[in-house]
Design a protein around this ligand. Structure first.
Ligand code: HEM
Length: 206
């Protein structure tokens, strides 16, 4: 549990912060939402996350563009022949995995899939509210079904809280001499090939 739960949450936070630095208007909009819910001097608690749809949209969009676990179902073996809806058959004894990264970057499913755009999950802005916890296979970054990630709720609230607290306390910008590179490398999880370097400027609040 500890092994699976630490790198995924840390990496998702790192990816989210990288995208927020590359998209300052998204960062400002998120900060405005946070301030409107807790005030500029209030402390963010996990219970506030439910009142912050834009924060949730930022985390969802980060999960879509940079799913920490891009290949689901490592080394699962089919025990019977399985008939798929498209007519293909997966024979018994096949090792199969789901490429969630390919699904979340598929232009037949997502408009401008390479664009980081949290508004696509904002119903108030014409987007769709997708349940990322396994209820919709267009975006199932925690897997789905019997082997779905048991830490999905903890992971979501932890990353949301960390990102919200970082954005509330600091303005985040790039290091001029060390620009952000979104290249990915798949180790145990999907990591930034070049770890994030950023400038944090404290805001005038607690
Ligand atoms: C944002 C954070 C997280 C992401 C993106 C994530 C993603 C995933 C994915 C994709 C799987 C594989 C599902 C499959 O094979 O179909 C998985 C499995 C698992 N995750 Fe997470 N996870 C996160 C956080 C956590 C946390 C916080 C914990 C524990 C506290 C955890 C514990 C586990 C365990 C034990 C499994 C294996 C389940 C099994 O094989 O039956 N994960 N996770």
């Amino acid at each position: 549990m500890i092994f699976r739960g630490t790198d995924t949450t840390a990496l998702l936070t790192e990816w989210a912060m990288a995208e927020l630095i590359l998209h300052p208007t998204v960062q400002s909009k998120l900060r405005a939402e946070i301030d409107s819910v807790v005030g500029s001097t209030g402390t963010i608690q996990d219970s506030h996350v439910a009142q912050m749809p834009y924060l949730q949209a930022v985390v969802k969009e980060t999960l879509r563009v940079h799913p920490p676990g891009p290949l689901l179902s490592w080394a699962r073996l089919s025990t019977d022949d399985i008939q798929l809806s498209n007519g293909m058959v997966v024979p018994a004894g096949t090792t199969a995995m789901v490429n969630m990264w390919a699904i979340t970057h598929d232009s037949s499913i997502w408009t401008n899939p390479d664009k980081f755009d949290p508004a696509r999950f904002m119903v108030s802005e014409g987007g769709v509210d997708i349940d990322v916890r396994g209820g919709d296979l267009k975006l199932a970054p925690f897997g789905a079904g019997r082997r779905v990630c048991p830490g999905k709720n903890l992971g979501l609230v932890t990353v949301s809280l960390w990102v919200a607290r970082l954005v509330k306390r600091f303005e985040w910008g790039p290091v001029e001499s060390d620009p952000i590179d979104l290249s990915e490398v798949l180790k145990l999880s999907l990591e930034m090939k070049k770890p994030l370097a950023a400038v944090a400027t404290a805001r005038n609040c607690v």
